[in-house]
Design a protein around this ligand. Structure first.
Ligand code: S3P
Length: 438
C-alpha cells in the first residue's frame, strides 16, 4: 500500500453525525497515573494510537502488567514507588513529546540508569525544558545537547520541587507534577496557564493539591503522599481530532456536523472561541461533568461568510494543537488575519508555523511569517486548480490531516505523503473522511 493519498475534488455538502477517538492527553495521563495507583484500573475508549501504545509499552518495561482488549484497558498499578527497575532499560517514546516528557518525571527514583529515545521527530525536540528542572531535585540526567537520547539516573534523596514554568507547556508542568508525587515534602509549581488535565485527575484521585490562579499563571502546591487508589475512566473524544472536522464544516457550504461526546475542558477549547469570532456557528449540546472534566456534543454549521481575526494571544495555549487547521479558515476569510506569540508552534512534531506557511503558499495564499507570528491574506473566493504535493520530512500527523482537509475544502489535485502518520494520534481519521465524503 502506498503511503500517500490523492484527492482531486471538493467535498459536496453534508449533514452527518460522527464520533472521534479518545483524547490523547487524557489517555496518556490515565496510563501513567494508573501505573502508580494501588490496584487495578480500567479505562474504556482509550485512544488506540501509537503514542498510547508507546505509553503502555513503557510502563510494561517498568514491571507493570497491562491487559488490552479492543479499547478496554486494565492496568495493574504497582503503587507510587513500585516500579520494578532493572538494569539496561531503554524506553522508546516514539513520536510522543507528552509521553517522553511526563515519563521523565516518574523516573526520578530509578535504581539504574534508564535511556529514553524517540523517533526522528521527537529526537529533534528540546528536552532540556524538563531535564533542567528535574535536575534541581537531585537527579543526574545526561542529554545529547538537550536532545534525545536522554539518560536519567534516579535518586532516593529527592528534594521538593520549586519550579517556575514560563512557556505555557502542559508537558513541563505535568512532568513536574508527577515528579512531585515521588519527591519529598510539599512541591510548588508556578506555571503559565496551559491544559489542566493532570490537575483535574489529581483532584479526582484525592491527591492533596492546592490550586490558585494569579493573572496568566497557576500556582500549584502538591504534598507527596504514600498511595492512591486505582481508578476507572471512560475517555471522552479528543477535541484536537474533532478540530479537523470542525474546520471542514467551517469551510463548507450548507453543511452541518454533530460530533458526539468530546472533551470540552476550557483549557482546550481555544479553537471554538477563535472560529466563533471568525463567524462559525458552533454550539455545545448535552454538556455533562465527568470526573472533573466537561464533555459535550459539538454542533457546527457552515457559515455564510468568514471574518478575518486578529487572534488574541491569550487564546493560543487552548488552541495550540489546532493552529494549522485554523490557518485554513483564515485562508478563506475576508481580510487579513494575524496570529502572534506563537514561537511554541515551531517546537511541535515539526515546525508548524513554517509548515502552515508552506501549505497556504502552495494553495496560492499570501502570508508573512516571522519566528513567532503569521499574517494570512484571506481569499473568500479561493479555488485551487493546480497540483499540490505535501511531504513533511518529519511525518507530522497534523500536517497530513490539515492537508487532507484543505484538499477537501478547496479542490485542486493533491498528493499528500505520510498517510501512516495518523497512527500516532487519530488512526480512524481517513475512515471518518470517507464517511463524510460518501
Ligand atoms: C500536551 C501539551 C501540549 C500539546 C501536546 C500535548 C499534553 O504541548 O501541544 O500535543 O498532553 O500535555 P506542550 O505542553 O509542549 O505545549
Amino acid at each position: 500500500m502506498p503511503n500517500w493519498i490523492t484527492f482531486n475534488k471538493k467535498l459536496k455538502k453534508f449533514n452527518e453525525t460522527i464520533s472521534v477517538s479518545g483524547d490523547k492527553s487524557i489517555s496518556i495521563r490515565w496510563v501513567l497515573l494508573a501505573s502508580l495507583a494501588n490496584g487495578i484500573s480500567t479505562a474504556k475508549n482509550l485512544l488506540l494510537s501509537e503514542d498510547v501504545y508507546a505509553a503502555i509499552k513503557a510502563i510494561k518495561s517498568l514491571g507493570v502488567k497491562v491487559s488490552l482488549k479492543k479499547n478496554k484497558c486494565k492496568i495493574y498499578g504497582l503503587g507510587i514507588k513500585g516500579y520494578k527497575y532493572k538494569k539496561n532499560i531503554t524506553i522508546d517514546a516514539k513520536n510522543s513529546g507528552t509521553l517522553g516528557r511526563l515519563l521523565l518525571g516518574l523516573l526520578i527514583d530509578a535504581k539504574f540508569p534508564i535511556k529514553l529515545i524517540g523517533d526522528e521527530s521527537l529526537s529533534k525536540r528540546d528536552f532540556s525544558r524538563v531535564t533542567e528542572p528535574l535536575k534541581k531535585l537531585g537527579v543526574k540526567i545526561k542529554t545529547n545537547k538537550n536532545l534525545l537520547p536522554v539518560i536519567i539516573y534516579g535518586s532516593n534523596t529527592l528534594k521538593p520541587i520549586n519550579y517556575l514554568e514560563k512557556k505555557g507547556s502542559a508537558q513541563c508542568k505535568s512532568s513536574m507534577m508527577l515528579a512531585a508525587l515521588k519527591a519529598s515534602g510539599v512541591s510548588k509549581i508556578k506555571a503559565k496557564k496551559s491544559r489542566d488535565h493532570t490537575e483535574r485527575m489529581f483532584k479526582n484521585l484525592k491527591i492533596p493539591i492546592n490550586l490558585k490562579s494569579k493573572k496568566n499563571y497557576d500556582i500549584i502546591k502538591i504534598k507527596n503522599i504514600k498511595q492512591y487508589d486505582a481508578f476507572d475512566y471512560i475517555i471522552p473524544g479528543d477535541i484536537s481530532s474533532a478540530a479537523f472536522f470542525i474546520v471542514l464544516t467551517a469551510l463548507s457550504d450548507n453543511s452541518e456536523l454533530l460530533i458526539k461526546n468530546v472533551n470540552i475542558n476550557p483549557s482546550r477549547t481555544g479553537i471554538i472561541s477563535i472560529l466563533k469570532k471568525m463567524g462559525v456557528k458552533i454550539i455545545f449540546k448535552n454538556i455533562r461533568n465527568y470526573k472533573g472534566e466537561k464533555n459535550a456534543d459539538i454542533k457546527i454549521k457552515s457559515p455564510k461568510k468568514l471574518k478575518a481575526i486578529n487572534c488574541p494571544a491569550k487564546l493560543n495555549s487552548g488552541a495550540i494543537d489546532e493552529f494549522l487547521s485554523i490557518f485554513l479558515v483564515a485562508a478563506k476569510a475576508q481580510g487579513i488575519s494575524y496570529f502572534k506569540n506563537l514561537s511554541e508552534l515551531n517546537q511541535k512534531e515539526s515546525p508548524r508555523l513554517i509548515w502552515g506557511q508552506k501549505i497556504l503558499n502552495n494553495m496560492g495564499i499570501k502570508t508573512v511569517v516571522t519566528n513567532d507570528s503569521i499574517k494570512i491574506y484571506g481569499n473568500p473566493d479561493l479555488k485551487i486548480n493546480k497540483k499540490i504535493v505535501i511531504k513533511n520530512y518529519l511525518k507530522d500527523h497534523r500536517v497530513f490531516m490539515t492537508s487532507v482537509i484543505a484538499a477537501l475544502s478547496f479542490g485542486g489535485l493533491w498528493k499528500i505523503y505520510d498517510k501512516d502518520s495518523i497512527l500516532t494520534s487519530f488512526p480512524m481519521f481517513l475512515k471518518l473522511v470517507n464517511k463524510i465524503s460518501k
